[in-house]
Design a protein around this ligand. Structure first.
Ligand code: PEP
Ligand code: MG
Length: 587
């Protein structure tokens, strides 16, 4: 049994499919002079093959999944064509007599050293892209060609085991019968975690040495409730987990039937369950899971998959497609939230900041790029104006002061003027702020009248309140949304918004967890936005709890002094109210 971080709930049992990194032992022997030309030719052929493969993948994914998901392969082709990349390989082969595989390995090492220095999750995702390209190239270079990672390779309920899932593997996973994912590296925001959650696949990350300890073909159990796995379990454990897996699958099937039911509490109070999305495919998933809208569209994914700034038309087209694909065309579009753990090179986000989460991120960075920021605001207003008024909303992240809200409003006014001057007819778009900075939370009463809606970004709010990095497993015991100080602040913000009659949503991860849902409902929250896969279970939980009950639970919970007490109380309460949902709870 090995413990890690629970990144996607549920339990799974299956056959391990271990994705090994290619460069365990590249051949380091020097080439003879006579071998250099052939080695370069071999490299060029491999590059051509990899390029053709990427083009084919791009077309296939664009047709079957969507153009946004396919964009990653264009990024990979750009890496493949990158002149610095290729010239280093050529130089090392020609001048240092390295084999192309060894040169690729060295290049990857160099990039790894440079990019991991920044401890920057999104930069590391870019490193994943480079690694992905290098692996693809090396497959073509190798004499003993490993088969392409793909659906024909191995069948049956699979548990994918990897150091870290690279983006192209994650896309292919959609075609395989993957029941669980285990990775050595990665956190809640890593690609594997996002993919697993959005597909409802149980996943555990952060288990050291797992790629070496597990062999393809081993039986593995993934327990995404508390974040542990069982390797080659004994027959008793297998029997126990088979029962749990059946319950999990039955529960998912049963919950799927509530897709078209309205979201009501047991006493008939209407609530809104919306989805957090990153792409058009997620927007479609939101509808199929029964979400009634999108409470958070993270636009940064559009930028992260572009090698330079998407222009107004490209952005407008993306937002229009997102809204068209979303349930009821109801979408809250958030402006770029780059910086902190996510960086985009062309916006010059500062990689060397000592405290990136407290630094130049989000609207702070956007304010410094007014032309770029205005372009995004114009594109959002243009897209919003094509749908019924009020269905598309514009939201700003990381708001900290009243002055910022005034400045944002004036930028929005300027965007309207510019669009109208171009003869574009516009509709009124509601303007909202995210509450994720403690300063905004404690002074919410001074801000709430300046916005049309509020959305609480609890992922950031919790990390700032507890001074505990949301992506650092070493302080995960502190970064807890159910910590008593967090609950005090959440209650205060929700009540302030309700008193001012300003719609308030929680769009952090906690909104999709049964325990936090009950608390938030009892605090007066009626709008929740979560990963699409969590909508059915929260809808079911809502249907068996009354607002009165939730309020009583809040009254009891607010008296506790420790997170452990809160969790224990809530776990018991939910077990009584909805025993069938226990399998979906995680620590
Ligand atoms: C949040 O901080 O809770 C949030 C929803 O935004 P993100 O996770 O994108 O920072
Ligand atoms: Mg945030």
């Amino acid at each position: 049994m090995k413990r890690g971080i629970a990144v996607s709930p549920g339990v799974a049992i299956g056959t391990a499919y271990v994705i090994h990194e290619i460069f365990v032992n590249p051949d380091r022997k020097s080439l003879a002079d006579s071998e250099v030309t052939a080695e370069l030719a071999n490299y060029e052929t491999s590059r051509d093959k990899a390029g053709a493969e990427l083009r084919a993948l791009e077309r296939k994914v664009a047709a079957q999944v969507g153009p946004e998901e396919a964009a990653i392969f264009a990024v990979h082709r750009a890496i493949l064509r990158d002149s610095a990349f290729t010239s280093k390989i050529r130089t090392w082969v020609c001048e240092e007599r390295m084999s192309a595989a060894a040169a690729l390995s060295r290049l990857l090492d160099e990039y790894t050293v440079i990019l991991t220095k920044n401890k920057d999750a999104y930069l590391q995702e870019r490193l994943n892209d480079i690694r992905d390209v290098v692996m693809r190239l090396s497959r073509h270079l190798s004499d003993a060609l490993k088969p392409e990672f793909g659906p024909d390779l191995i069948k049956g309920p699979l548990i994918v085991i990897a150091n870290e899932l690279v983006p192209s593997q994650a896309v292919v996973l959609g075609e395989m019968e993957v029941h669980g994912i285990v990775t050595q590296r990665g956190s809640q925001t890593s690609h594997a975690a996002i993919v697993a959650r959005s597909r409802g696949i149980p996943a555990v990350s952060g288990i050291k040495g797992v790629v070496k300890k597990i062999k393809t073909g081993d039986t593995v159990i993934v327990d995404g409730r508390d974040g542990h796995i069982e390797i080659r379990p004994n027959s008793e454990t297998i029997t126990a987990y088979k029962k749990l897996v059946r319950e999990f699958v039955d529960l998912k099937d049963a919950l799927a039937t509530n897709r078209d039911h309205p979201a009501l509490t047991e006493d008939g109070t209407e609530i809104r369950l919306q989805a957090n999305i990153n792409s058009v495919a997620d927007a479609t998933a939101a509808g199929s899971m029964g979400a009634t809208g999108v409470g958070l569209y993270r636009t940064e994914y559009l930028y992260l998959t572009h090698s330079d700034v998407p222009d107004e038309d490209e952005q407008y087209e993306n937002y229009r497609q997102i809204v068209a694909a979303s349930p009821n065309h109801n979408v809250t579009i958030r402006t770029l939230d780059i910086g902190g753990d996510k960086t985009v090179a062309y916006l010059g986000s500062e990689h060397t900041e000592a405290n990136p989460f407290m630094g130049w991120r989000s609207i702070r960075l956007s304010f410094q790029h007014p032309e770029f920021f205005n372009t995004q605001i114009r594109a959002i207003i243009r897209a919003a104006s094509e749908f019924p008024e009020g269905t598309v909303r514009l939201m700003f992240p990381m708001v900290t002061t009243v002055e910022e809200i005034r400045r944002l409003r004036s930028m929005v006014r300027r965007a309207y003027k510019e669009l109208n001057a171009r003869g574009i007819k516009t509709k009124e778009v509601p303007i909202g702020m995210m509450v994720e900075v403690p300063a905004a939370a404690v002074s919410i009463h001074t801000m709430v009248d300046l916005v049309d809606f509020v959305s609480i970004g609890s992922n950031d709010l919790v990390q700032y309140l507890m001074a505990a990095d949301r992506d650092n497993p070493k302080v995960a015991h502190l970064c807890q949304p159910l910590a008593p100080p967090v609950l005090i602040v959440l209650k205060m913000v929700i009540e302030a918004c309700n008193d001012a009659n300003v719609p308030v949503t929680v769009c952090g991860e906690m909104a999709g967890t049964p325990r936090a849902f009950v608390i938030l409902l009892g605090m007066g929250l009626r709008r929740f936005s979560m990963s699409p896969a969590f909508v059915p279970s929260i809808k079911r939980l809502a249907s068996v709890i009354s607002v009165d009950e939730a309020e009583q639970i809040v009254a009891s919970v607010m008296k506790f002094k420790t997170t452990a007490q809160v969790k224990k109380f809530l776990a018991r309460a939910i077990e009584q109210i909805a025993p069938d949902l226990k399998i979906l709870s995680s620590n």
